[in-house]
Design a protein around this ligand. Sequence first.
Ligand code: SF4
Length: 352
Amino acid sequence: MVKRRRTHTVTAGTVKIGSRYPIVIQSMVKLATTDVARCVKQVNSLAMAGARLVRIAVPTAKDSAAFAKIVQKVKVPLIADIHFSPERAIEAIEAGAAKIRLNPGNIKNKKDISRIIDCAKANKVAIRIGINEASIRNLFDDTPQRKRTSLMLKEMAGYIRLFEKKGFNNIVLSVKSSDVTRTIESNLAVAEKFDYPLHLGLTHAGLAQDAIIPASVAIGSLLQQGIGDTIRISIAGDPIGEVEIAKKILASLGLYEINEPHLIVCPTCGRCEWDLISFAERVKKLLKDVKKPLRIAVMGCVVNGPGEAADADIAICAAAGKGFIYKRGRKIATVKQAQLFAALKKEIENLA
Ligand code: SF4
C-alpha cells in the first residue's frame, strides 16, 4: 500500500489536489484553442475517459477569447497554460480558469507576478508553478548535472516566496525534464523541501510507443514513494491515450480502480505444451466488453498455475491434453483441453 506524502490541499474549481484526495489525472488539448467546437469535444472526451482536469494553451488574446467560450461548455475544470504573458494569465483567470500554469522561466517580472497572484486570489484560482528544465537551460550554461537540481530548487524557492509573501498558497509545483533519472531526482528534492502538491510528468517523452516506458518508470517510481498528487502523461499522440496510460500506472500501484478485467498470462517456456498465446488472445477478446475488475490468469503449465490461481478470480492452466479451472484459488473443474475455452468463458460470464 502506497503511503502518500502529506501536502497542503489545493482547490482547482471542483477538484481538490493533495495528499488525502485521490491523485488527479489530467491531460492537455492538442488542437488550436481558437477551434472552439473541437476543443470542447476533446475536453469532454478526455473527461469521459477519466481526466479530471484539462489544460489548454492560451498564447494569444484570440486564444483567451476562445478559452472564455470553451470554459462555459465543458464538463471539467480547465487549466490555462501560460507562457511569457501576464496578460494571458489574467484574461484566463477572469474567463473562468480553475487553475493556471505559470513558468518561472519566462514570467519573471515581480510586478507582473504580483498582479497575477492578486487576480488568482480574488477569483479563488489555483496556480501551478511549473519549471521545465528546457525553459531554464540558460541558467545552467556549463553547470554539471549534479548541480542542476539545486539550481532548479533555488529558482523554485525564489518564485514560491513571492506567492507566500502575498499569503497565496493555492499552489501546485512541478519540475519536469525529458530525462527519467533527473525527473525522479528533482521531484524527490522538491518533495523534501516544499509541502505543496506535486504535478508529475516526464516532458517531451515522445511518440506513444517510445514514451510509455520512460513515463511509467519516472512517474511510477515517484508515486510508489508516495510522491505525486496530479499526473499528466505527455505523449505525442491522441490525448485519450495519455489518460489511459495514467489510469494504468495508478492502477498498477493500487491508486486507482479501473473497472475492467486484468488478464495475467504466463510468458511461456519449454514446459508449455499447448498454444497458450492464441488462447490468451481469444480470452483478451472475450474480456473486451466486461466492465468489472476481474483478475483472470492463463497459465502454461502446472508449475505456477495453482499459485497464480490463488490470486485470480478465474485461472486456468493446462498440461498433457487437460485443463484445470480454478475459481478464487479453488480447483473447480478438470476438462479436456479442447473444451477449455468454452468452460472458461462460462465461468467468466457467471462472474461478469
Ligand atoms: S507457467 Fe509453466 S509454462 Fe508458463 S512460464 Fe511458468 S513454467 Fe513456463
